[in-house]
Design a protein around this ligand. Structure first.
Ligand code: G6Q
Length: 548
Protein backbone atom coordinates (compact mmCIF):
# COMPACT_ATOMS: atom_id res chain seq x y z
CA UNK A 1 0.00 0.00 0.00
CA UNK A 2 2.62 2.54 1.08
CA UNK A 3 4.84 1.89 -1.90
CA UNK A 4 2.09 3.03 -4.22
CA UNK A 5 1.80 6.38 -2.51
CA UNK A 6 3.61 8.22 -5.30
CA UNK A 7 1.29 6.69 -7.87
CA UNK A 8 -1.89 7.87 -6.14
CA UNK A 9 -3.75 10.44 -8.24
CA UNK A 10 -3.93 12.74 -5.19
CA UNK A 11 -0.14 12.53 -4.85
CA UNK A 12 0.66 13.01 -8.53
CA UNK A 13 -1.73 15.97 -8.69
CA UNK A 14 0.16 17.58 -5.82
CA UNK A 15 3.53 16.83 -7.43
CA UNK A 16 2.37 18.55 -10.61
CA UNK A 17 0.94 21.48 -8.70
CA UNK A 18 4.22 21.83 -6.76
CA UNK A 19 6.02 22.35 -10.07
CA UNK A 20 3.82 25.38 -10.71
CA UNK A 21 4.10 26.65 -7.14
CA UNK A 22 7.89 26.55 -7.01
CA UNK A 23 8.19 29.98 -8.60
CA UNK A 24 5.29 31.55 -6.74
CA UNK A 25 6.26 34.25 -4.27
CA UNK A 26 4.36 34.54 -1.01
CA UNK A 27 4.92 38.30 -1.18
CA UNK A 28 2.79 38.34 -4.31
CA UNK A 29 0.14 36.09 -2.79
CA UNK A 30 -0.21 38.51 0.12
CA UNK A 31 -0.24 41.53 -2.19
CA UNK A 32 -3.00 40.00 -4.31
CA UNK A 33 -5.13 38.93 -1.36
CA UNK A 34 -5.32 41.26 1.64
CA UNK A 35 -7.58 38.71 3.36
CA UNK A 36 -4.93 35.98 3.13
CA UNK A 37 -4.27 35.83 6.86
CA UNK A 38 -7.98 35.35 7.63
CA UNK A 39 -8.42 32.82 4.86
CA UNK A 40 -5.48 30.69 5.94
CA UNK A 41 -5.92 30.68 9.69
CA UNK A 42 -7.91 28.36 11.93
CA UNK A 43 -9.03 28.47 15.54
CA UNK A 44 -9.79 26.24 18.44
CA UNK A 45 -12.28 28.58 20.11
CA UNK A 46 -10.54 31.36 21.99
CA UNK A 47 -7.67 29.09 22.97
CA UNK A 48 -5.52 28.49 19.90
CA UNK A 49 -5.05 30.04 16.52
CA UNK A 50 -3.06 28.48 13.68
CA UNK A 51 -1.97 30.95 11.02
CA UNK A 52 -0.57 29.06 8.04
CA UNK A 53 -0.84 31.92 5.59
CA UNK A 54 2.96 32.22 5.35
CA UNK A 55 3.27 29.00 3.42
CA UNK A 56 3.61 28.62 -0.31
CA UNK A 57 0.00 27.51 -0.63
CA UNK A 58 -3.11 28.59 -2.49
CA UNK A 59 -6.74 27.49 -2.38
CA UNK A 60 -5.83 24.81 -4.89
CA UNK A 61 -2.89 23.53 -2.84
CA UNK A 62 -5.13 23.10 0.17
CA UNK A 63 -7.86 21.39 -1.82
CA UNK A 64 -5.31 18.90 -3.20
CA UNK A 65 -3.83 18.30 0.25
CA UNK A 66 -7.26 17.58 1.75
CA UNK A 67 -7.87 15.23 -1.20
CA UNK A 68 -4.66 13.42 -0.30
CA UNK A 69 -5.81 13.03 3.32
CA UNK A 70 -9.11 11.62 2.09
CA UNK A 71 -7.33 9.22 -0.28
CA UNK A 72 -5.19 7.99 2.64
CA UNK A 73 -8.23 7.54 4.90
CA UNK A 74 -6.75 9.75 7.59
CA UNK A 75 -10.12 10.40 9.25
CA UNK A 76 -11.03 6.71 9.33
CA UNK A 77 -7.63 5.85 10.76
CA UNK A 78 -8.11 8.49 13.47
CA UNK A 79 -11.50 7.01 14.34
CA UNK A 80 -9.89 3.57 14.55
CA UNK A 81 -7.29 4.91 16.98
CA UNK A 82 -9.86 6.60 19.21
CA UNK A 83 -12.02 3.45 19.12
CA UNK A 84 -9.25 1.29 20.56
CA UNK A 85 -8.38 -0.75 17.46
CA UNK A 86 -4.92 -2.31 17.55
CA UNK A 87 -3.42 0.12 15.07
CA UNK A 88 0.10 -0.41 16.46
CA UNK A 89 0.40 -3.57 14.42
CA UNK A 90 4.02 -4.46 15.11
CA UNK A 91 3.39 -4.56 18.85
CA UNK A 92 -0.24 -5.73 18.54
CA UNK A 93 -1.45 -2.84 20.67
CA UNK A 94 -4.20 -0.29 20.76
CA UNK A 95 -3.10 3.36 20.90
CA UNK A 96 -5.28 5.12 23.43
CA UNK A 97 -3.63 8.15 24.97
CA UNK A 98 -6.88 9.87 23.98
CA UNK A 99 -8.78 7.66 26.47
CA UNK A 100 -6.61 9.04 29.28
CA UNK A 101 -8.07 12.50 28.67
CA UNK A 102 -11.55 11.38 27.66
CA UNK A 103 -13.29 13.87 29.89
CA UNK A 104 -16.65 13.08 28.31
CA UNK A 105 -16.20 9.58 29.72
CA UNK A 106 -17.82 7.79 26.78
CA UNK A 107 -16.87 4.11 26.93
CA UNK A 108 -13.71 3.15 25.05
CA UNK A 109 -13.51 -0.55 24.35
CA UNK A 110 -10.39 -2.65 24.02
CA UNK A 111 -11.33 -6.26 23.25
CA UNK A 112 -14.87 -5.54 24.38
CA UNK A 113 -13.73 -4.13 27.73
CA UNK A 114 -14.36 -0.49 28.62
CA UNK A 115 -11.05 1.02 29.76
CA UNK A 116 -12.61 4.14 31.29
CA UNK A 117 -13.36 2.75 34.77
CA UNK A 118 -9.68 1.79 35.18
CA UNK A 119 -8.52 5.16 33.81
CA UNK A 120 -10.79 7.01 36.22
CA UNK A 121 -9.76 4.84 39.16
CA UNK A 122 -6.08 5.72 38.66
CA UNK A 123 -6.98 9.40 38.31
CA UNK A 124 -8.86 9.24 41.60
CA UNK A 125 -5.88 7.62 43.32
CA UNK A 126 -3.63 10.34 41.90
CA UNK A 127 -6.04 13.00 43.17
CA UNK A 128 -5.99 11.51 46.69
CA UNK A 129 -2.25 11.09 46.76
CA UNK A 130 -1.49 14.57 45.44
CA UNK A 131 -3.95 16.07 47.92
CA UNK A 132 -2.31 14.14 50.76
CA UNK A 133 1.17 15.36 49.81
CA UNK A 134 -0.03 18.95 49.50
CA UNK A 135 -2.02 19.09 52.71
CA UNK A 136 0.59 17.21 54.71
CA UNK A 137 -1.31 13.96 55.30
CA UNK A 138 1.54 12.21 53.46
CA UNK A 139 4.80 12.98 55.19
CA UNK A 140 8.38 11.86 55.14
CA UNK A 141 9.58 9.17 57.56
CA UNK A 142 10.65 11.73 60.16
CA UNK A 143 7.26 13.46 60.11
CA UNK A 144 8.23 16.39 57.90
CA UNK A 145 6.12 17.58 54.96
CA UNK A 146 7.27 16.86 51.42
CA UNK A 147 8.58 19.91 49.59
CA UNK A 148 10.76 18.31 46.90
CA UNK A 149 9.67 15.85 44.21
CA UNK A 150 12.29 14.08 42.12
CA UNK A 151 10.96 12.30 39.05
CA UNK A 152 13.32 9.57 37.91
CA UNK A 153 12.52 8.40 34.37
CA UNK A 154 13.79 8.75 30.82
CA UNK A 155 12.40 9.27 27.30
CA UNK A 156 8.64 9.28 27.44
CA UNK A 157 8.75 8.92 31.21
CA UNK A 158 10.65 12.21 31.46
CA UNK A 159 10.29 14.55 28.49
CA UNK A 160 6.53 15.10 28.55
CA UNK A 161 6.06 15.74 32.28
CA UNK A 162 9.27 17.78 32.41
CA UNK A 163 8.11 19.96 29.52
CA UNK A 164 4.74 20.58 31.19
CA UNK A 165 6.14 21.26 34.67
CA UNK A 166 8.59 23.79 33.21
CA UNK A 167 5.87 25.44 31.11
CA UNK A 168 3.41 25.77 34.00
CA UNK A 169 5.72 27.36 36.48
CA UNK A 170 3.13 30.07 37.13
CA UNK A 171 0.76 27.38 38.42
CA UNK A 172 3.26 25.79 40.77
CA UNK A 173 2.09 25.07 44.31
CA UNK A 174 4.03 27.35 46.62
CA UNK A 175 6.87 25.56 48.32
CA UNK A 176 7.02 22.59 45.91
CA UNK A 177 10.35 22.03 44.19
CA UNK A 178 10.20 19.68 41.20
CA UNK A 179 13.32 17.98 39.82
CA UNK A 180 13.76 15.59 36.92
CA UNK A 181 16.55 13.07 36.64
CA UNK A 182 16.93 11.10 33.43
CA UNK A 183 20.53 10.66 32.35
CA UNK A 184 22.51 7.65 33.50
CA UNK A 185 25.45 10.01 33.88
CA UNK A 186 25.78 9.96 37.66
CA UNK A 187 26.13 13.73 37.65
CA UNK A 188 22.42 14.05 36.89
CA UNK A 189 21.21 12.32 40.06
CA UNK A 190 24.32 13.42 41.94
CA UNK A 191 23.64 17.14 41.63
CA UNK A 192 19.97 16.75 42.50
CA UNK A 193 20.78 14.75 45.63
CA UNK A 194 23.30 17.39 46.58
CA UNK A 195 20.43 19.89 46.77
CA UNK A 196 17.82 17.62 48.34
CA UNK A 197 16.92 17.13 51.97
CA UNK A 198 16.13 13.42 52.46
CA UNK A 199 13.51 14.15 55.11
CA UNK A 200 11.35 16.21 52.74
CA UNK A 201 12.03 14.55 49.37
CA UNK A 202 9.71 12.24 47.48
CA UNK A 203 11.05 10.16 44.58
CA UNK A 204 8.69 9.19 41.77
CA UNK A 205 10.19 6.27 39.86
CA UNK A 206 8.55 6.51 36.45
CA UNK A 207 9.05 3.63 34.07
CA UNK A 208 6.47 1.86 31.97
CA UNK A 209 8.53 -1.33 31.88
CA UNK A 210 10.43 -0.84 35.15
CA UNK A 211 13.42 -2.40 33.46
CA UNK A 212 15.01 0.61 31.74
CA UNK A 213 18.68 0.55 32.62
CA UNK A 214 19.13 4.28 33.21
CA UNK A 215 16.06 4.62 35.39
CA UNK A 216 16.86 1.53 37.42
CA UNK A 217 20.40 2.75 38.03
CA UNK A 218 19.21 6.20 39.11
CA UNK A 219 16.44 4.75 41.27
CA UNK A 220 18.91 2.42 42.99
CA UNK A 221 21.29 5.31 43.70
CA UNK A 222 18.44 7.45 45.08
CA UNK A 223 17.31 4.61 47.29
CA UNK A 224 20.81 3.94 48.55
CA UNK A 225 21.22 7.64 49.34
CA UNK A 226 17.92 7.84 51.20
CA UNK A 227 18.43 4.60 53.14
CA UNK A 228 21.94 5.76 54.01
CA UNK A 229 20.56 9.01 55.48
CA UNK A 230 17.32 7.84 57.10
CA UNK A 231 17.53 4.04 57.23
CA UNK A 232 15.84 1.30 55.13
CA UNK A 233 12.60 1.73 57.03
CA UNK A 234 12.19 5.23 55.58
CA UNK A 235 11.97 4.04 51.95
CA UNK A 236 8.14 3.57 51.77
CA UNK A 237 7.49 7.19 52.77
CA UNK A 238 9.85 8.54 50.14
CA UNK A 239 9.34 6.36 47.06
CA UNK A 240 6.35 5.86 44.80
CA UNK A 241 6.30 4.29 41.36
CA UNK A 242 4.48 4.82 38.09
CA UNK A 243 4.57 1.73 35.94
CA UNK A 244 2.75 -1.08 34.17
CA UNK A 245 5.03 -3.65 35.85
CA UNK A 246 3.79 -4.37 39.37
CA UNK A 247 6.20 -7.26 39.83
CA UNK A 248 9.20 -5.09 39.01
CA UNK A 249 7.97 -2.33 41.31
CA UNK A 250 7.51 -4.64 44.30
CA UNK A 251 10.84 -6.35 43.62
CA UNK A 252 12.46 -2.90 43.85
CA UNK A 253 10.88 -2.50 47.28
CA UNK A 254 7.98 -0.18 46.56
CA UNK A 255 4.66 -1.38 47.92
CA UNK A 256 2.05 -1.95 45.17
CA UNK A 257 -0.23 0.41 47.13
CA UNK A 258 2.24 3.18 46.30
CA UNK A 259 2.26 2.37 42.62
CA UNK A 260 0.17 4.18 40.02
CA UNK A 261 -0.55 2.01 37.03
CA UNK A 262 -1.11 2.50 33.35
CA UNK A 263 -1.46 0.19 30.38
CA UNK A 264 0.38 -1.19 27.38
CA UNK A 265 -1.83 0.90 25.09
CA UNK A 266 -0.13 4.08 26.34
CA UNK A 267 3.01 4.75 24.29
CA UNK A 268 5.88 6.28 26.28
CA UNK A 269 6.00 9.50 24.27
CA UNK A 270 2.22 9.86 24.61
CA UNK A 271 2.12 9.04 28.32
CA UNK A 272 2.17 12.41 30.08
CA UNK A 273 -1.64 12.17 30.28
CA UNK A 274 -1.42 8.97 32.33
CA UNK A 275 -0.01 8.47 35.82
CA UNK A 276 3.31 9.46 34.21
CA UNK A 277 1.83 12.94 34.74
CA UNK A 278 2.04 12.46 38.52
CA UNK A 279 4.95 14.92 38.88
CA UNK A 280 2.83 17.46 36.98
CA UNK A 281 -0.04 17.06 39.43
CA UNK A 282 2.38 17.20 42.35
CA UNK A 283 3.85 20.43 40.99
CA UNK A 284 0.65 22.28 40.05
CA UNK A 285 -2.15 20.45 41.88
CA UNK A 286 -4.59 17.88 40.58
CA UNK A 287 -7.07 20.50 39.28
CA UNK A 288 -4.35 21.91 37.05
CA UNK A 289 -3.60 18.43 35.74
CA UNK A 290 -7.29 17.95 35.00
CA UNK A 291 -7.37 21.26 33.10
CA UNK A 292 -4.44 19.99 31.01
CA UNK A 293 -6.45 16.84 30.20
CA UNK A 294 -9.49 18.98 29.34
CA UNK A 295 -7.50 21.07 26.87
CA UNK A 296 -6.16 17.95 25.18
CA UNK A 297 -9.66 16.46 25.10
CA UNK A 298 -10.99 19.61 23.39
CA UNK A 299 -8.33 19.14 20.70
CA UNK A 300 -9.25 15.44 20.40
CA UNK A 301 -12.91 16.27 19.78
CA UNK A 302 -11.92 18.97 17.32
CA UNK A 303 -9.64 16.56 15.43
CA UNK A 304 -12.43 14.00 15.17
CA UNK A 305 -15.29 16.36 14.41
CA UNK A 306 -14.10 19.49 12.61
CA UNK A 307 -14.40 19.46 8.82
CA UNK A 308 -11.05 19.07 7.05
CA UNK A 309 -10.61 22.70 6.09
CA UNK A 310 -11.26 23.82 9.68
CA UNK A 311 -9.23 21.06 11.28
CA UNK A 312 -6.04 22.28 12.97
CA UNK A 313 -4.09 19.01 13.34
CA UNK A 314 -5.07 17.84 9.87
CA UNK A 315 -4.06 21.14 8.31
CA UNK A 316 -0.81 21.42 10.26
CA UNK A 317 0.08 17.85 9.28
CA UNK A 318 -0.71 18.42 5.62
CA UNK A 319 1.26 21.67 5.48
CA UNK A 320 4.19 19.67 6.84
CA UNK A 321 3.72 17.06 4.11
CA UNK A 322 3.59 19.79 1.48
CA UNK A 323 6.81 21.35 2.71
CA UNK A 324 8.65 18.06 3.20
CA UNK A 325 7.49 15.97 0.27
CA UNK A 326 6.54 18.45 -2.43
CA UNK A 327 8.81 21.41 -1.79
CA UNK A 328 11.66 19.25 -0.47
CA UNK A 329 12.36 20.88 2.89
CA UNK A 330 13.56 18.07 5.18
CA UNK A 331 13.49 19.76 8.61
CA UNK A 332 11.15 21.73 10.88
CA UNK A 333 12.16 24.24 13.54
CA UNK A 334 9.78 24.69 16.45
CA UNK A 335 10.38 28.02 18.13
CA UNK A 336 8.26 28.94 21.13
CA UNK A 337 8.36 32.59 22.11
CA UNK A 338 7.79 31.74 25.74
CA UNK A 339 10.50 30.90 28.22
CA UNK A 340 8.28 28.38 29.99
CA UNK A 341 8.04 26.39 26.78
CA UNK A 342 11.81 25.97 26.62
CA UNK A 343 11.47 22.15 26.70
CA UNK A 344 8.61 22.03 24.20
CA UNK A 345 10.84 21.31 21.21
CA UNK A 346 12.67 18.62 23.20
CA UNK A 347 9.37 16.87 23.88
CA UNK A 348 8.28 17.30 20.30
CA UNK A 349 11.55 15.94 18.97
CA UNK A 350 10.64 12.66 20.60
CA UNK A 351 6.93 12.73 19.74
CA UNK A 352 7.66 13.44 16.09
CA UNK A 353 10.96 11.75 15.31
CA UNK A 354 10.40 8.60 17.38
CA UNK A 355 6.95 8.25 15.83
CA UNK A 356 7.66 8.99 12.20
CA UNK A 357 11.41 8.51 11.82
CA UNK A 358 10.87 5.30 9.89
CA UNK A 359 11.73 4.04 6.45
CA UNK A 360 9.36 1.12 6.39
CA UNK A 361 5.62 1.23 5.78
CA UNK A 362 2.78 -0.69 7.47
CA UNK A 363 3.04 -3.25 4.67
CA UNK A 364 6.74 -3.86 5.39
CA UNK A 365 7.89 -2.01 2.27
CA UNK A 366 9.59 1.35 1.91
CA UNK A 367 7.10 4.22 1.62
CA UNK A 368 9.16 5.57 -1.29
CA UNK A 369 8.91 9.16 -0.06
CA UNK A 370 10.63 11.17 2.64
CA UNK A 371 9.04 10.56 6.04
CA UNK A 372 9.82 11.96 9.52
CA UNK A 373 11.47 15.35 9.18
CA UNK A 374 14.27 16.45 11.47
CA UNK A 375 12.64 18.48 14.24
CA UNK A 376 14.58 20.86 16.41
CA UNK A 377 14.09 24.07 18.30
CA UNK A 378 14.89 26.45 21.07
CA UNK A 379 12.93 29.36 22.43
CA UNK A 380 12.91 32.74 20.76
CA UNK A 381 14.39 35.21 21.01
CA UNK A 382 17.49 33.18 22.01
CA UNK A 383 17.39 31.13 18.83
CA UNK A 384 17.43 34.30 16.71
CA UNK A 385 20.92 34.94 18.04
CA UNK A 386 22.00 31.38 17.43
CA UNK A 387 20.84 29.30 14.46
CA UNK A 388 18.46 31.70 12.71
CA UNK A 389 21.25 32.66 10.32
CA UNK A 390 20.78 29.29 8.62
CA UNK A 391 17.02 29.63 8.68
CA UNK A 392 17.19 32.99 6.90
CA UNK A 393 20.05 32.43 4.48
CA UNK A 394 21.00 28.75 4.55
CA UNK A 395 20.81 26.92 1.22
CA UNK A 396 17.80 24.74 2.13
CA UNK A 397 14.74 26.42 3.65
CA UNK A 398 13.73 25.20 7.11
CA UNK A 399 10.01 25.68 7.75
CA UNK A 400 9.38 27.18 11.17
CA UNK A 401 6.55 26.84 13.65
CA UNK A 402 6.41 29.97 15.78
CA UNK A 403 4.43 29.52 18.99
CA UNK A 404 3.49 32.29 21.39
CA UNK A 405 0.97 33.15 24.09
CA UNK A 406 -1.03 36.36 23.75
CA UNK A 407 -0.76 36.93 27.48
CA UNK A 408 2.31 36.41 29.61
CA UNK A 409 1.97 34.46 32.87
CA UNK A 410 4.76 36.56 34.33
CA UNK A 411 4.29 40.06 32.96
CA UNK A 412 7.29 42.35 33.26
CA UNK A 413 7.04 45.87 31.86
CA UNK A 414 7.10 45.83 28.06
CA UNK A 415 8.89 42.49 27.74
CA UNK A 416 5.94 40.65 26.27
CA UNK A 417 5.48 43.24 23.51
CA UNK A 418 9.16 42.96 22.68
CA UNK A 419 8.88 39.19 22.56
CA UNK A 420 5.86 39.13 20.26
CA UNK A 421 7.21 41.88 18.02
CA UNK A 422 10.35 39.81 17.51
CA UNK A 423 8.38 36.71 16.64
CA UNK A 424 6.17 38.48 14.13
CA UNK A 425 9.21 40.15 12.58
CA UNK A 426 10.91 36.80 12.04
CA UNK A 427 7.92 35.31 10.23
CA UNK A 428 7.61 38.39 8.09
CA UNK A 429 11.34 38.49 7.28
CA UNK A 430 11.34 34.82 6.29
CA UNK A 431 8.38 35.40 4.03
CA UNK A 432 9.44 38.69 2.46
CA UNK A 433 13.20 38.36 2.34
CA UNK A 434 15.21 41.25 0.95
CA UNK A 435 15.85 41.53 -2.77
CA UNK A 436 19.08 42.67 -4.36
CA UNK A 437 17.37 45.86 -5.50
CA UNK A 438 16.34 46.61 -1.92
CA UNK A 439 19.82 45.79 -0.63
CA UNK A 440 21.49 48.06 -3.15
CA UNK A 441 19.07 50.89 -2.41
CA UNK A 442 19.80 50.55 1.28
CA UNK A 443 23.58 50.44 0.75
CA UNK A 444 23.37 53.47 -1.50
CA UNK A 445 22.19 55.54 1.48
CA UNK A 446 25.41 54.72 3.30
CA UNK A 447 28.73 56.41 2.70
CA UNK A 448 30.46 53.51 0.97
CA UNK A 449 32.05 53.12 -2.43
CA UNK A 450 30.38 51.54 -5.45
CA UNK A 451 32.96 48.74 -5.27
CA UNK A 452 32.05 48.07 -1.65
CA UNK A 453 28.35 47.97 -2.54
CA UNK A 454 29.15 45.49 -5.30
CA UNK A 455 31.08 43.27 -2.90
CA UNK A 456 28.58 43.45 -0.05
CA UNK A 457 25.29 43.20 -1.89
CA UNK A 458 25.17 39.41 -2.44
CA UNK A 459 25.81 38.76 1.25
CA UNK A 460 22.93 40.94 2.33
CA UNK A 461 20.30 39.44 0.04
CA UNK A 462 17.66 37.29 1.73
CA UNK A 463 15.92 34.92 -0.68
CA UNK A 464 12.75 35.00 1.44
CA UNK A 465 9.71 32.97 0.41
CA UNK A 466 10.47 30.74 3.39
CA UNK A 467 7.51 29.06 5.06
CA UNK A 468 6.35 29.39 8.63
CA UNK A 469 3.28 28.71 10.74
CA UNK A 470 2.32 30.87 13.68
CA UNK A 471 0.45 29.33 16.57
CA UNK A 472 -0.99 31.77 19.05
CA UNK A 473 -2.32 30.51 22.33
CA UNK A 474 -4.36 32.53 24.79
CA UNK A 475 -1.78 31.93 27.47
CA UNK A 476 0.46 29.10 28.59
CA UNK A 477 -2.11 27.79 31.05
CA UNK A 478 -2.86 24.11 31.61
CA UNK A 479 -5.85 24.04 29.25
CA UNK A 480 -4.11 25.75 26.31
CA UNK A 481 -0.95 23.70 26.85
CA UNK A 482 -3.01 20.50 26.79
CA UNK A 483 -4.58 21.60 23.52
CA UNK A 484 -1.23 22.61 22.00
CA UNK A 485 0.45 19.34 22.94
CA UNK A 486 -2.44 17.29 21.56
CA UNK A 487 -2.37 19.39 18.38
CA UNK A 488 1.17 18.21 17.71
CA UNK A 489 0.42 14.60 18.66
CA UNK A 490 -2.34 14.54 16.09
CA UNK A 491 -0.24 16.36 13.52
CA UNK A 492 2.25 13.51 13.81
CA UNK A 493 -0.61 11.02 13.51
CA UNK A 494 -1.85 12.69 10.31
CA UNK A 495 1.58 12.54 8.73
CA UNK A 496 2.12 8.92 9.74
CA UNK A 497 -1.28 8.04 8.24
CA UNK A 498 -0.49 9.78 4.95
CA UNK A 499 2.91 8.11 4.73
CA UNK A 500 1.40 4.75 5.69
CA UNK A 501 3.80 4.07 8.55
CA UNK A 502 3.28 2.83 12.10
CA UNK A 503 3.82 5.91 14.24
CA UNK A 504 3.54 3.95 17.47
CA UNK A 505 6.45 1.53 17.61
CA UNK A 506 10.13 2.39 18.12
CA UNK A 507 12.26 -0.54 17.07
CA UNK A 508 15.05 1.84 16.18
CA UNK A 509 15.65 2.48 19.86
CA UNK A 510 16.18 -1.19 20.61
CA UNK A 511 19.47 -2.02 18.94
CA UNK A 512 21.55 0.49 20.88
CA UNK A 513 19.93 -0.64 24.16
CA UNK A 514 20.72 -4.26 23.34
CA UNK A 515 24.32 -3.55 22.41
CA UNK A 516 24.88 -1.42 25.52
CA UNK A 517 23.70 -4.42 27.55
CA UNK A 518 26.05 -6.76 25.67
CA UNK A 519 28.99 -4.40 26.10
CA UNK A 520 28.27 -4.00 29.79
CA UNK A 521 28.17 -7.75 30.26
CA UNK A 522 31.43 -8.18 28.37
CA UNK A 523 32.96 -5.36 30.38
CA UNK A 524 32.05 -7.04 33.66
CA UNK A 525 33.75 -10.21 32.45
CA UNK A 526 36.99 -8.38 31.63
CA UNK A 527 39.89 -8.33 33.94
CA UNK A 528 39.91 -4.64 35.00
CA UNK A 529 43.38 -4.78 33.48
CA UNK A 530 46.53 -3.03 34.28
CA UNK A 531 46.59 0.63 35.14
CA UNK A 532 48.22 1.40 31.84
CA UNK A 533 45.17 0.24 29.93
CA UNK A 534 43.15 3.22 28.79
CA UNK A 535 39.39 3.43 28.99
CA UNK A 536 39.20 3.52 25.21
CA UNK A 537 41.13 0.25 24.96
CA UNK A 538 38.94 -1.34 27.59
CA UNK A 539 35.80 -0.32 25.75
CA UNK A 540 37.30 -1.56 22.49
CA UNK A 541 37.98 -4.96 24.00
CA UNK A 542 34.51 -5.11 25.52
CA UNK A 543 33.00 -4.27 22.14
CA UNK A 544 34.99 -7.02 20.48
CA UNK A 545 33.77 -9.44 23.09
CA UNK A 546 30.20 -8.21 22.68
CA UNK A 547 30.42 -8.85 18.91
CA UNK A 548 32.00 -12.20 19.31
C1 G6Q B 1 8.71 6.27 24.08
C2 G6Q B 1 9.79 5.30 24.10
C3 G6Q B 1 10.87 5.54 25.12
C4 G6Q B 1 10.50 5.17 26.56
C5 G6Q B 1 11.76 5.13 27.40
C6 G6Q B 1 11.49 4.82 28.85
O1 G6Q B 1 7.76 6.26 23.34
O2 G6Q B 1 9.26 4.05 24.17
O3 G6Q B 1 11.29 6.88 25.13
O4 G6Q B 1 9.57 6.05 27.07
O5 G6Q B 1 12.67 4.21 26.86
O6 G6Q B 1 10.86 3.59 28.98
P1 G6Q B 1 10.25 3.14 30.36
O7 G6Q B 1 9.13 4.06 30.70
O8 G6Q B 1 9.79 1.73 30.16
O9 G6Q B 1 11.35 3.23 31.38
Amino acid sequence: MAQDLKQLPAWTALAKHAGAMREVLMRDLFARNPGRFRRFSLRLGEHLLLDYSRNRVTEETMRLLYDLAAARNVAARARAMFAGERINITEGRAVLHTALRNRGNQPVLVDGQDVMPAVNAVLERMRDFVGAVHDGRWRGATGKRIDTVVNIGIGGSDLGPRMVVEALRADRKPGMRPFFVSNVDGADIGWVLAEANPETTLFVIASKTFTTQETMANAASAREWLAGKLGEGAVPNHFVAVSTNEKGVTAFGIDARNMFGFWDWVGGRYSLWSAIGLPIALAIGFEGFEALLCGAHAMDRHFLEAPPDENLPLTLGLIGIWNANFLGFPAVAVIPYDQGLHRFAAHLQQVDMESNGKAVGLDGRAPGVATGPVVFGEPGTNSQHAFFQLIHQGPVPVPVDFIAPLESRKPMGRHHELLLANMLAQGEALMRGKTEVEVRAELATQKISAAAIEALAPHKVFGGNRPSNTILMKSVDPYCLGALTALYEHKVFVQGAVWGINSFDQWGVELGKQLAGDILEAWKALDPGTESESLVELVGRAQQKGRG
